[in-house]
Write a protein that binds this ligand. Structure first.
Ligand code: XLS
Ligand code: NI
Ligand code: NI
Length: 446
């Protein structure tokens, strides 16, 4: 078995988190997430495709902008100095968390998996070499890689962006990281490759040429797509929109902005989106707006699930525990046909005061239960066609020959205007029934 010599079991008294039903009082059990339960023709596990993330779970030590490291978990131990030993220990706990939580997938950045070396080449070699260990862990546990990505924002060389940097040599550094991360994702059977342009934007317009930077980003994405085909990676390439933070303005602002960008560079058939709840909120949207927009534009890929704080203007990455929010989100995911390669990745971190290892379990259990509860309600909404029927009736006029003639371009603006005037059209207002519909959704929560 692949196990680090530094490993010790921190979960002596805890075994796999099991489904115990709605009335369970055991906080280390699921009330709703029952992986093998069938919902809409698939199991819950297949519908939700939960993933645990490396960066918040085993890489983050509880520091924030004002406070130092608050966590002293064994895997963060500074006594272990060998990079490979450190990486093995982190991986052991990462996989143990996933196993305890019955989580089928995990996600990673290159720099989460193993520390960066002194040169680009050394960093790349480390990741490639260490991925054998991840592969062994995957084979032993059955846990799979939902996606991999490159961290092209932490190193100071990226302070003015990666692909959008004024210096083409920085672009080249990002190319090195992305090439390796893509190839390792393929080796690990990853189902998607994600690009989050953390610093692809600007801090001040005064030193920035937007046209130039967009051209660079367009080129970078085209190169990524070319490389995907060259190495025969079968998964999806996903861009993760975010409007700001750490930059003042990020080019991948929201789903609609990403669509415009992809169209301009003829990439809309090649790249989809990984949508994050907290990013949607920062962009002034709801999560369901972003999912429904992606679905309408045929861009829906995967989800980074978390919750933001409506009073704070940054990415607080909290665990999502609001089942009503989850219901709306799951409804639009189901309407989009459900996940293909994507899934629900917990891009969520504990609060700094949650400093016990058990807190990782409580947090994910709460999030997974909210997701499962949302899925159950959303599936019932889909099956009852409550919203669908209402919407169908609301737009029924467009199915008439008049509506169809307009849409099919058979009438000019003057033709339509003349028809309206000669027939003295005066349509009466129709209720949008917002409050009734909002009430109906809550009734589906059990
Ligand atoms: C940061 C992003 C990041 C991506 C992966 O806000 O959410 O965590 O998901 O680079
Ligand atoms: Ni994210
Ligand atoms: Ni985020």
């Amino acid at each position: 078995m692949a196990i680090s010599k530094h490993y010790k079991n921190l979960f002596q008294d805890i075994t796999t988190i099991e489904y115990k039903g709605k009335d369970s009082k055991d906080p280390l059990s699921f009330q709703y997430y029952n992986p093998s339960q069938k919902v809409g023709g698939k199991t819950m596990a297949e519908q939700l495709r939960f993933a645990i993330c490396y960066w918040h779970t085993v890489s983050w030590a509880g520091n924030d902008m004002f406070g130092l490291e608050a966590f002293s978990h064994h895997w963060l131990s500074k006594d272990i100095t060998d990079v490979y030993e450190k990486a093995e220990l982190k991986a052991d706990y990462m996989f143990q968390f996933a196993q305890l939580l019955q989580m089928p997938f995990y996600t990673w950045h290159d720099r989460d998996v193993i520390a960066e070396g002194d040169s680009l080449q050394e960093s790349a070699q480390r990741l490639v070499k260490f991925s054998d260990y991840l592969l062994k862990k995957q084979e032993e546990t059955g846990i799979k890689a939902l996606w991999g990505t490159a961290n092209a924002f932490s190193n100071k060389r990226y302070m003015a962006g990666a692909a959008s940097n004024p210096d083409p040599e920085v672009f080249a550094c990002a190319a090195s990281q992305v090439r390796t991360a893509m190839e390792v994702t393929k080796k690990l059977g990853g189902q998607n490759y994600v690009l989050w342009g953390g610093r692809e934007g600007y801090d001040t317009l005064l030193n920035t040429c937007i046209r130039q930077e967009q051209e660079q980003l367009g080129r970078f994405m085209s190169l990524v797509v070319e490389h995907k085909h060259k190495i025969g990676f079968q998964g999806d390439i996903l861009i993760e929109p975010k409007p700001k933070e750490p930059t003042k303005h990020q080019y991948d602002f929201d789903v609609a902005t990403v669509y415009g960008f992809l169209k301009k560079y003829n990439l809309e058939k090649e790249i989809k989106v990984n949508i994050e709840t907290n990013h949607a909120i920062l962009a002034g949207h709801t999560m369901e707006h972003e999912i429904a927009t992606a679905s309408a534009l045929d861009l829906f890929g995967s989800i980074d699930i978390n919750a933001g704080d409506y009073l704070l203007g940054w990415d607080t990455d909290q665990f999502p525990t609001d089942a009503l929010e989850m219901t709306k989100m799951m409804y639009y995911i189901l309407k989009a046909g459900g996940f293909k390669n994507g899934g629900l990745n917990f891009d969520a971190k504990l609060r700094r005061q949650s400093c016990d290892v058990k807190d990782y379990l409580y947090a994910h259990i709460a999030g997974m239960d909210a997701g499962a509860r949302g899925l159950l309600a959303a599936q019932a909404l889909v099956e009852d066609k409550t919203l669908a029927t209402f919407i169908e009736q609301r737009y029924a006029g467009w199915q008439s020959s008049f509506g169809q003639d307009i849409l099919q371009g058979k009438l000019s603006l003057s033709d339509i205007a003349d028809l309206a005037e000669t027939n003295n059209i005066n349509p009466s207002p129709v209720s949008g029934r917002q409050e009734m519909l909002e009430g109906i959704i809550s009734r589906y929560l059990n």
